[in-house]
Design a protein around this ligand. Structure first.
Ligand code: 5GP
Length: 179
């Protein structure tokens, strides 16, 4: 699979180091509270698995599956709920975990939804931030790495459902998109 990667942007070691740092910061912020950690499927799954092990306070986990991209590489701008939370967010400190923020459309939709559902607080932690792709005004509360405006895969991020299981973040060779 590595043959299909043009360039590794962020190594496994760099990701794991950053996850530790983020876990420490989240522990300090939520210590003594009981946040509801919401993973946005499917991309946030590896990040959520690693990060929650580094958060040293009680927390509850839930998942939301939303889609704004279809199977391709361009955001449709329309957010659809494919799977809703099992838990009520009313009165809860909600911490949304994302793999990447690009246009910001997915997250701004979720933030509005959780406020509408009367969450006590809503914060966002993303592994990757792609600020050049932004279509709405959205700044994450914590971000692991800033990436250029290129399509990246790995560590949860897919191209046509592949590459999510790579332990690093990379850019695919152009011929992979063309084939
Ligand atoms: P947004 O709504 O911020 O435009 O997009 C968020 C979602 O789009 C992410 O959760 C992710 O699924 C997808 N996405 C955005 N940029 C990339 C990228 O560079 N690579 C991949 N694989 N998915 C991306």
């Amino acid at each position: 699979m590595r043959d299909e990667i043009k360039e590794v942007l962020i190594s496994e070691e760099e990701i794991q180091e950053k996850v530790k740092e983020l876990g420490k910061a989240i522990t300090e912020e939520y210590d003594g509270r009981f946040p509801l950690v919401v993973g946005v499927l499917k991309g946030a799954m590896p990040f959520m698995g690693d990060l929650t092990k580094r958060i040293d306070t009680h927390l509850e986990m839930d998942f939301m599956d939303v889609s704004s991209y279809g199977a391709g590489m361009v955001s449709s701008g329309e957010v659809k709920i494919l799977k809703d939370l099992d838990t009520s967010v009313e009165g809860r400190d909600v911490l949304i975990l994302e793999d990447i923020i690009d246009s910001g459309l997915t997250l701004s939709y979720l933030i509005k939804l959780f406020h509408y559902r009367k969450a006590k607080s809503v914060k966002v932690v993303t592994l990757l931030d792609k600020p050049d792709g932004r279509k709405v005004d959205l700044v994450p509360d914590m971000a692991g790495f800033t990436v250029p405006d290129a399509f990246v895969v790995g560590y949860g991020l897919d191209y046509a459902e592949r590459y999510r299981n790579l332990p690093y973040i990379g850019v695919l060779k152009p011929e992979i998109y063309e084939s």
